[in-house]
Design a binder for this molecule. Structure first.
Ligand SMILES: Nc1ncnc2c1ncn2[C@@H]1O[C@H](COP(=O)(O)OP(=O)(O)OP(=O)(O)O)[C@@H](O)[C@H]1O
Ligand SMILES: [Mg+2]
Length: 260
């Protein structure tokens, strides 16, 4: 895939762990050490992340499981630089991001990270194509001429001029994935990306995320659905702001194996 990211430094940086196997050159990766995220003070203090040590290999596909309120979204957001950790070290795609200013973090996100959310967050007054193009315009990263290719990559070449309300939920989520790809990110972080979708559509979205992983990206999917874990090479379980377990799956299943 074309884009600004051509240097080899991306391939040597990031976490350690399992190699990307036969996949394209691995990108991204994350290494967290002693990470805490505390909201509020005194009686209202919440330890959303309570001392997290975690390594995600460049090019890995991780599913994060855990009960509601366990810290999954917070974990994703500190990896992606949406939120600042209260303490600890966070290295993502070879860059230390803890302690950075909000402006600096915004730059880091533009350069390295794409986000996908449960409810798509598309702009209703823009077409599918425009929803992707606007990211290139706003960030100044990526190439607007690639937008039709990105929509084709997620199977939406024939829906580029439709507005979100004219698209199914799965199609809207695929626009959101194309949007996340507009800046050619090293990491794709998805928070409950299938939470609003039926099984068939959800499998399609997971299949699309697996394709992006095969292209070398680090993908992290947060979900309530334990069945999704079988497609991951790494399964992280979070309980009460702590990592309960990290399991590696030598033979991840295809998206069709998932059910709910
Ligand atoms: N902005 C905030 N202010 C105060 N507390 C917060 C804030 N965001 C999250 N929390 C708290 O931090 C804890 C972890 O929240 P988080 O959103 O990471 O959980 P989660 O595992 O994603 O849950 P869910 O599965 O319901 O989405 C929760 O107890 C939550 O109430
Ligand atoms: Mg959440």
């Amino acid at each position: 895939m074309s884009g600004r990211h051509g240097s080899t430094e991306k391939d040597t940086a990031g976490g350690v762990g399992r190699p990307a196997g036969e996949h394209a050159a691995a990108r991204g990766g994350a290494r967290l050490a002693g990470v805490r995220k505390t909201y509020g003070t005194g009686d209202t203090e919440v330890h959303a992340l309570d001392g997290v040590d975690l390594e995600l290999a460049p090019g890995s596909f991780t599913v994060v499981l855990g009960p509601s309120g366990s810290g999954k979204t917070t974990l994703l957001n500190v990896i992606g630089g949406i939120e600042q950790a209260t303490a600890g070290s966070i290295e993502v795609a070879g860059e230390e991001i803890s302690g950075r200013s909000p402006v600096d973090l915004a730059g880091f996100r533009r350069e390295h990270v794409g986000f996908v959310f449960q409810f798509f967050n598309l702009v209703p007054t823009l077409t599918a194509r425009e929803n992707v193009e606007i990211i290139v315009e706003l960030t100044g990263v990526g190439d607007a001429r690639r937008v039709p290719d990105l929509l084709a990559e997620v199977g939406l070449a024939d829906r580029a001029d439709h507005f979100p309300a004219q698209l199914s939920g799965g199609q809207q989520q695929r626009v959101a994935i194309a949007r996340a790809l507009a800046t050619d990110p090293d990491l794709l972080l998805a928070d409950e990306p299938t939470g609003a979708l039926d099984l068939t559509t959800g499998r399609q979205i997971l299949g699309a995320l697996l394709d992006l992983h095969r292209a070398g990206r680090t993908v992290v999917v947060v979900t309530h659905n334990a069945s999704v874990a079988q497609i991951a090479d790494t399964v992280v379980t979070v309980v009460d702001g702590k990592i309960r377990s990290v399991e590696h799956n030598p033979e991840p299943a295809a998206a069709e194996a998932v059910s709910w």
